[in-house]
Design a protein around this ligand. Structure first.
Ligand code: NAD
Length: 282
């Protein structure tokens, strides 16, 4: 069994991003990412702080907008408009979840697709589904990067994606399909999940339930990617995979922490550089 070391792949990606950012700066383009945080959600504050730190480390200008919980939808839309029009801004990210009085889809659709480095805008979703170049959500993109780094070719492989969220499951399925895998997307209403998993060469678990994928659901030699991040009552951080029992059956597996997690921010930076390169070409 080989551990897929997302921390190492993330460090390598960030190094590449930093070099590309320096090259862009030398040609007069300073890559910039604007992050908007509305409200006081503790987890969101931590994520946003990590994004800011990663930008600094990789020579990307970070523009932070911390807005109060009672910010209105129109005020948020007005800020997005300003950032859309600002040619010095390459990426715009609105940290989710937003307060309940704000319509999330309306906000995500207001971000200019060419600056949508999270890949959530319908134009980018459509491009991914059509196999066209656009921005791809960072977590599934990071998973493809790990597989590439370990020279794992998914062509012709049976892939089971567990979970159908817009940020992980659905884009993951499309990326795998675009890379010629045979994909089954499963979810909470799927009836024969165990059977589908046992027939899969690769399983991507994105459910949000600790220890969900157990050894009896995994065939010998399978590749298992664990997207889950779950905090147990005793404070431990675990994935969706029962790692101790599943790992011995796998050819490759991602640990939690240190697997998929570190890739998400790295790919956000990579998407920002991609946007800055588009600016340089324009
Ligand atoms: P979500 O809650 O939006 O979606 C969960 C999915 O799991 C749903 O599609 C649901 O149908 C499916 N599901 C629930 N119960 C099921 C069951 N019994 N059988 C089969 N499918 C079932 O979650 P999400 O946003 O996609 O996140 C999933 C997990 O990944 C969470 O633990 C989250 O914290 C984690 N996550 C990690 C990263 C990262 O950077 N590593 C990024 C995003 C999400």
């Amino acid at each position: 069994m080989i551990l897929l070391d997302g921390k190492a792949v993330s460090a390598k990606t960030k190094e590449r991003v930093k070099n590309e950012a320096l090259n862009l700066k030398n040609s007069g383009i300073e890559p910039a990412l604007a992050v908007i945080l509305v409200g006081e959600d503790k987890a969101s504050q931590t994520y946003v702080a990590s994004k800011e730190k990663a930008c600094h480390a990789c020579e990307i200008r970070s523009i932070m907008h911390r807005l109060p919980e009672n910010t209105s939808e129109n005020e948020l839309l007005a800020l997005i408009d300003l950032l859309n029009l600002d040619d010095s801004v390459d990426g715009i990210l609105v940290q989710l979840p937003l307060p309940k009085h704000i319509n999330t889809s309306r906000i995500l659709e207001a971000i200019k697709a060419s600056k949508d480095v999270d890949g959530f805008h319908a134009i980018n979703v459509g491009k991914l589904a059509s196999g066209l170049d656009g921005f791809v959500p960072c977590t599934p993109l990071g998973i493809m990067e790990i597989l590439k780094e370990y020279k794992i070719d998914v062509k012709g492989k049976n892939v089971c994606v567990i979970g159908r969220s817009n940020i992980v499951g659905k884009p993951m399925a499309n990326l795998m399909l675009n890379a010629d895998a045979t994909v089954t997307v499963t979810h909470s209403k799927t009836k024969n999940l165990k059977e589908i998993c046992l027939n899969s060469d690769i399983i991507v678990a994105a459910i949000g339930k600790p220890f969900f994928l157990t050894a009896d659901m995994v065939k010998d030699g399978a590749i298992v990617i664990d997207v889950g991040i779950n905090r147990l009552e005793d404070g431990r951080l675990v994935g969706d995979v029962d790692f101790d029992s599943v790992a011995p059956k796998c050819s490759y597996i991602t640990p939690v922490p240190g697997g998929v997690g570190p890739m998400t921010i790295a790919m956000l930076l990579a998407n920002t550089i991609k946007s800055a390169k588009n600016r340089a070409k324009a």
